[in-house]
Design a protein around this ligand. Structure first.
Ligand SMILES: [Zn+2]
Length: 345
């Protein structure tokens, strides 16, 4: 991108009420068959227009085509039995009933490639596509086949790489892997998590990104955040190795988080998507609040490597709130961009 401080979102945006129950995470579809396919495409057009109107520079499908950021991908793999369910603890935080890995996992067909082609056909702007990361994928399954988190992550990385290469060929400019699990399992991240992520991104010529956050604004996450103390230093555990990795961009949670901003210094040289919009509150940030976060980040990121973004996805918010937050992000970035161009920063 030639434009300074190009804006984007971390991923999901609210779905229209005719497609899925609003303000509900992982809400089931209201349509079926051909109507569902058409409904997803219509919703994609709507959120694309919302992003365009707000002045967002790098646009996405707002995850209108998927029900869950991990499960929808896994549904297209062999080796996972969705009827055989076990209760596991997700990211050491909450219990969930999850499918079981019963055999060799491999990608049976393209998952999001047609959707990405459709998005590409609708806009000339740079587009970003989110995929789950290998470590976050294994954390939402019960495994009776590989019996090794590392081995299973490696198999997922291979499947993700096949998908990522086809997304790149479909014209996606930035492929982002969502790895909230990187904020929890530090030893594993450093032992093999980053290697698995690099495997998923292997051979890509487009921009690659990893999104690491403190999650949606659901109760399990807000309760967990209360246990993390005054300073959230989780990123410190994984940034040094990520800085040395082949991944080009890192997407972080910064607005209203207790992450000390100077931790970003550990990523020096990388492009950083700085979360300047809190997704866990309905209060819409003022452009000045957004600008404030970006100015602080500029102490640790070169201006040409700073990408203003949201903390995480906005799927559980109302459409009106999400639109307000998109506009605040865009206007806040304008303020700081103008300051830089005027030589004030
Ligand atoms: Zn997130």
């Amino acid at each position: 991108m030639n434009k300074l401080l190009p804006t984007s979102t971390a991923g999901s945006l609210p779905k229209p009420s005719w497609l899925a129950q609003p303000e509900t995470l992982w809400s089931p579809w209201k349509l079926q068959g051909d109507e569902l396919i058409e409904g997803k495409q219509d919703a994609l057009r709507v959120v694309l227009n919302d992003q365009r109107q707000a002045g967002i520079d790098i646009v996405s499908d707002g995850e209108q085509t998927r029900q869950h950021f991990v499960t929808t991908f896994i549904e297209n793999l062999s080796g996972v039995d969705f009827d055989k369910r076990e209760t596991v603890r997700i990211r050491d935080r909450y219990d969930a009933s999850v499918p079981t890995v019963v055999g060799t996992v491999s990608r049976q067909q393209p998952v999001f490639v047609e959707d990405a082609k459709f998005l590409r056909s609708q806009t000339e702007q740079p587009i970003k596509w989110a995929l789950p990361g290998p470590m976050t994928m294994i954390d939402t399954l019960y495994d009776t086949h590989y019996k090794s988190r590392e081995k299973l992550a490696w198999e997922f990385a291979k499947a993700l790489n096949q998908e990522a290469r086809e997304l790149e060929a479909a014209g996606v400019d930035i492929i982002q892997f969502d790895e909230p699990a990187f904020n929890v399992f530090f030893d594993e991240v450093n032992d093999w998590g980053i290697a698995a992520l690099e495997k998923a991104a292997e051979g890509l010529r487009c921009e690659t990104a990893v999104h690491i956050c403190y999650g949606y604004g659901i109760k399990a996450n807000t309760d967990w955040k209360k246990t993390l103390g005054d300073e959230w230093r989780q990123y410190e555990q994984v940034f040094p190795k990520l800085q040395k990795s082949s991944i080009g961009m890192i997407s972080l949670e910064c607005q209203h988080s207790r992450v000390p901003m100077d931790l970003i210094e550990l990523l020096r040289g990388k492009r950083v998507m700085v979360g300047a919009i809190d997704v866990a509150t309905n209060a819409i940030e003022t452009p000045e609040e957004v600008a404030d976060i970006l100015r602080k980040a500029l102490q640790f990121v070169d201006a040409d490597k700073l990408y203003p973004c949201t903390n995480c996805g906005m799927a559980p918010l109302s459409r009106q709130v999400a639109r307000g937050k998109l506009a605040a992000l865009s206007t806040g970035a304008d303020i700081v961009r103008n300051e830089i161009l005027a030589g004030g920063i």
